[in-house]
Design a protein around this ligand. Structure first.
Ligand SMILES: Cc1cc2nc3c(=O)[nH]c(=O)nc-3n(C[C@H](O)[C@H](O)[C@H](O)COP(=O)(O)O)c2cc1C
Length: 428
């Protein structure tokens, strides 16, 4: 019987453990987590979501305060068209976030950045271009273009000196999306270096509609592998979404995948960027505590804990400070929903906005608890402690469990807790 460690991912002359820790914004896949994955010989992702905000937290910069000061006069105005990001500052923040991470890298693995085109930032092409260019300048090993149709993104960086040497990958959720991408980018003479195929059980935003439950990762991966074989295209395919045990991963590797991308199991590691209190929320979650809803102003379905405090909260739109989801004309679906409720209820009444959420502010404050479908199984990967909390894990422990486990076993961490049930749990 094989395990993940019997396989290797060959990418850009590197021989890697075929395990990728996926990007989790905002700063949930923190640099510490990505660095561990790289140290252990796999690939870790940092995220490019809300980088100036993340930089303020990581490096005590003042990008958010500076932007708010500049646009404070506009706070009560619904029209946010003038609230623009300073591109030089954006490049600076990205350089800090990426550069400091790359300086700290040790070991044989790689660090990629997960780039979200959904962050339209009131000037989609310009801000995306700056983020991608700055990440390449700062030495990132690779860029994963997040799900959503990133049709024009590669062309934005075709003049960069690292355009052909950095690893550039895409996330798709269907063969159709892949075909569109390949057609649109054919003139660049550069194929993606890898294709992450994200199924409907993933965390974060989904590349499916609200009928997500009708789709199945294995079927989509098989269609994509078959298409690539027919075309004679040798591009590594990397399934993601609901791969919970080393054996789940091994099954994909045995059927032609080159690596797997995982995330949920790392949300309860010490290195993950979530506050400890929220890691405990994930660990205590039951299956019916998790939902896919449409509260994200991006219009994409998103999976989260139903108890996320950001759901229904009617905070004033905070675009002068953040504004990462403003489209090219300064609109965000949350502003419309907020104004509609405010007008209906009156200024002095406490009200709630149920259909959309202010994702920037709430992701910044860890108040939208996005998670993968199998979050409710996390409690089976660790010990319940005497005080009612669960023991957090090290990223190394989870990485090695994926790497070496067989027969759907999950190795529990060392523990002297009286509530310990045993060193290994069989998950199937
Ligand atoms: C908390 C959380 C946040 C996520 N955020 C993002 C994101 O910002 N961008 C993205 O492309 N994928 C995001 N994802 C998806 C993961 O990168 C990954 O592909 C997927 O969740 C893997 O499935 P698993 O969580 O079942 O292992 C997120 C996943 C989780 C669990």
């Amino acid at each position: 019987m094989k395990c993940v460690n019997d396989f290797r991912l060959h990418l850009a002359g590197h021989e890697l453990v075929p395990l990728i820790v996926g990007g989790m914004g905002v700063d949930i896949s923190a640099a510490r987590l990505a660095l561990e994955a790289a140290r252990l010989g796999g690939i870790g992702h940092i995220s490019d979501a809300m980088v100036p905000t993340v930089s303020d937290r990581r490096f005590k910069t003042k990008y958010v305060a500076e932007k708010l000061r500049k646009y404070k006069h506009n706070v009560l105005n619904n029209d946010k068209a003038e609230v623009q990001f300073d591109l030089a500052r954006l490049a600076e923040a990205t350089a800090l976030h990426v550069g400091r991470t790359m300086e700290a890298k040790k070991g044989p693995g790689l660090i990629f950045i997960n780039c979200m085109e959904k962050l339209t930032m009131n000037a989609p092409r310009e801000t995306l271009r700056v983020r991608l260019m700055a990440a390449l300048d700062a030495g990132i090993d690779g860029i994963t273009l997040g799900a959503g149709l990133h049709l024009g993104s590669l062309a934005l960086i075709e003049d960069h000196p690292r355009f052909r040497d950095a690893q550039l990958g895409i996330i798709v959720s269907s063969l159709r999306a892949l075909l569109l991408f390949l057609r649109k980018n054919a003139r660049l003479g550069r194929l993606p270096d890898y294709i992450v195929v994200e199924g409907p059980l993933a965390g974060g935003h989904l590349g499916f509609g609200m009928d997500w439950a009708q789709y199945d990762l294995k079927t989509i991966v098989a269609e994509i592998l078959q298409y690539l074989a027919q075309q004679g295209l040798d591009i590594p395919v990397i399934p993601a979404g609901g791969i919970f045990t080393g054996s789940d991963a091994t099954e994909f590797l045995e059927s032609g995948a080159s690596a797997v991308q995982v995330a949920t199991r790392f949300t309860v590691t010490n290195e993950c960027g979530l506050p400890e209190k929220i890691k405990q929320e994930y660990l205590h979650a039951r299956e019916d505590d998790i939902e896919v809803n449409l509260v994200s102003p991006t219009g994409y379905p998103m999976r989260m804990l139903k108890s996320s405090p950001g759901i229904g909260a009617a905070i004033r739109p905070n675009c002068e400070a953040y504004g990462y989801l403003l489209d090219s004309s300064g609109h965000c679906a949350y502003i419309d929903a907020y104004e509609r409720e405010r007008e209906a209820r009156g200024i002095d009444t406490v009200f709630s906005v149920k259909d959309k959420t202010c994702l920037c502010t709430h992701m910044r404050n860890f108040a939208i608890w996005t998670c993968g479908h199998y979050t409710y199984r996390l409690k089976d990967t660790t010990h319940l402690l005497a005080d009612g909390s669960y023991a957090l894990l090290s990223a190394e422990h989870v990485f090695h469990d994926y790497q070496y486990s067989k027969e759907h076993e999950i190795r529990l961490p060392e523990s002297s807790s009286p509530l310990e049930v045993g060193p290994v749990r069989r998950m199937r």
